[in-house]
Design a protein around this ligand. Structure first.
Ligand SMILES: C[S@@+](CC[C@H](N)C(=O)[O-])C[C@H]1O[C@@H](n2cnc3c(N)ncnc32)[C@H](O)[C@@H]1O
Length: 174
């Protein structure tokens, strides 16, 4: 699992939702330093409860704005977040620019996002993605792999992507 390979014992998770995937991660320590950041306090509280065993710190914040966090991290996770953010994939480069301000030297970012362009989707996925985009739940109609690769290369010394269906798995390291 991508998360297990990339998560560190000093980790910031952004866009935590219910914490389902974070809860399943295997940290390289039983006592990681874990910080959760999300726009939504309910999501933060629900995720923090789920991973209470790590005693996480929580921050309400917007990853599209400069991050008001004084700590720095060895890894930052963005699981299923980018496709929820407004704008084109190129506009979403601001996320990586903001994250770099809280990454330690040699730190890395990893995550997943659902692409809406240049991927094959079955009819059900096409309908659902259309509905989610029309309600503003997703904003990924124009998100394509080449743009994700462009913004990763623009911000990180090394990066990788691979596709599983219409989900892009990615990493970037300083
Ligand atoms: C689809 S959920 C991701 C769930 C979780 N990471 C997972 O993999 O199960 C998206 C989350 O991103 C948060 N979010 C959306 N826009 C955000 C932003 N601009 N800054 C920070 N969090 C944001 C939402 O509140 C929500 O909790």
């Amino acid at each position: 699992m991508l998360s297990n390979e990339n998560i560190s014992a000093n980790h910031l998770d952004i866009g935590v939702g219910t914490g389902y995937f974070l809860d399943k991660c295997e940290f390289p320590s039983t006592t990681p330093k874990l910080t959760l950041l999300d726009l939504n306090l309910n999501s933060l509280e629900s995720c923090a409860k789920r991973v209470y065993r790590y005693k996480p710190a929580i921050h309400v914040g917007n990853v599209l704005k400069p991050l008001d966090i004084s700590e720095t991290y060895d890894s930052v996770g963005l699981s299923y977040l980018l496709h929820c953010l407004p704008g084109t994939m190129r506009d979403k480069a601001i996320v990586f620019q903001n994250i770099k301000t809280v990454l330690n030297p040699n730190g890395g970012v990893f995550g997943t996002t659902i692409l809406g362009k240049g991927v094959s989707r079955n009819p059900m996925a096409q309908v659902l993605m259309g509905i989610y985009n029309s309600f503003g739940i997703f904003s990924n109609t124009h998100d394509k792999l080449s743009d994700l690769e462009f913004i990763l290369k623009e911000n990180f010394r090394t990066c990788s992507t691979h596709m599983v269906g219409c989900v892009a798995f990615f990493t970037g390291h300083l």
